[in-house]
Design a protein around this ligand. Structure first.
Ligand code: URA
Length: 208
């Protein structure tokens, strides 16, 4: 499965700012949405188009429009919400399919506590958003449930990815393409990405 590390200067700059421990909640939140929008631009570059005839100012002409069913964005709660508006700024007609995944602290297995999917999942591209691809547990669980609901075209947008999480998703779902602003070094013993961003959910929501 291809992993796309998007090394655009605007993304590198914004991600560099986001790594600063002293960045305010407001600025961290804004940049998460901005980087999400820039990743969306890249991830959607091969969306299918279809011709359509319109009336323009100088008469009728053929233009193009996006073909098929609307994309569905799939934020993994809670932190994925921090990327949603950025994605929707570029694909405003997208449907939103919210997924809540929590880790069972006894079994350490990912468990789904919320699943509100758009209709006709088999006919639309699903674009999962989650800021941190760490162990890959939530991502794999989300892809599992999307495929069970019929999804055949799935992409994932993450701000930062750890090699461990990439390997886990690749092993289980080699067809899913991942777009990230950075492939970081490794996970620490607590499951945080190094150098990473810290707890992205807390930084987006201003908790802790
Ligand atoms: N989740 C986060 O928010 N940060 C990490 O580094 C890993 C998982």
């Amino acid at each position: 499965m291809p992993i796309h590390e998007i090394r655009h200067p605007l993304i590198r700059h914004k991600l560099g700012l986001m790594r600063r421990a002293d960045l305010s909640t407001k600025n961290f939140r804004e940049m998460a949405q901005e980087v999400a929008a820039l990743l969306t631009y890249e991830a959607m570059k091969d969306l299918p188009l279809e011709p359509v005839r319109i009336e323009g100012w100088a008469g009728s002409l053929d233009v193009e429009k996006l073909a098929g069913k609307k994309v569905t964005v799939v934020p993994i709660l809670r932190a994925g919400i921090g990327m949603l508006d950025g994605v929707l700024s570029l694909i405003p007609g997208a449907r939103v399919s919210a997924v809540g995944i929590a880790r069972n602290e006894e079994t350490l297995e990912a468990h789904t506590y919320l699943e509100r999917l758009a209709g006709q999942m088999d006919q639309r591209m699903a674009l999962i958003v989650d800021p941190m691809l760490a162990t890959g547990g939530s991502m794999v669980a989300t892809i599992d449930l999307l495929k069970k609901a019929g999804s055949r075209s799935i992409r994932a947008l993450v701000l930062v990815a750890a090699p461990e999480g990439i390997r886990r998703v690749q092993a289980r779902h080699p067809d899913v393409e991942i777009y990230t602003a950075s492939i970081d070094s490794h996970l620490n013993e607590d499951g945080y990405i190094i150098p990473g961003l810290g707890d992205a959910g807390d930084r987006i929501f201003g908790t802790r």
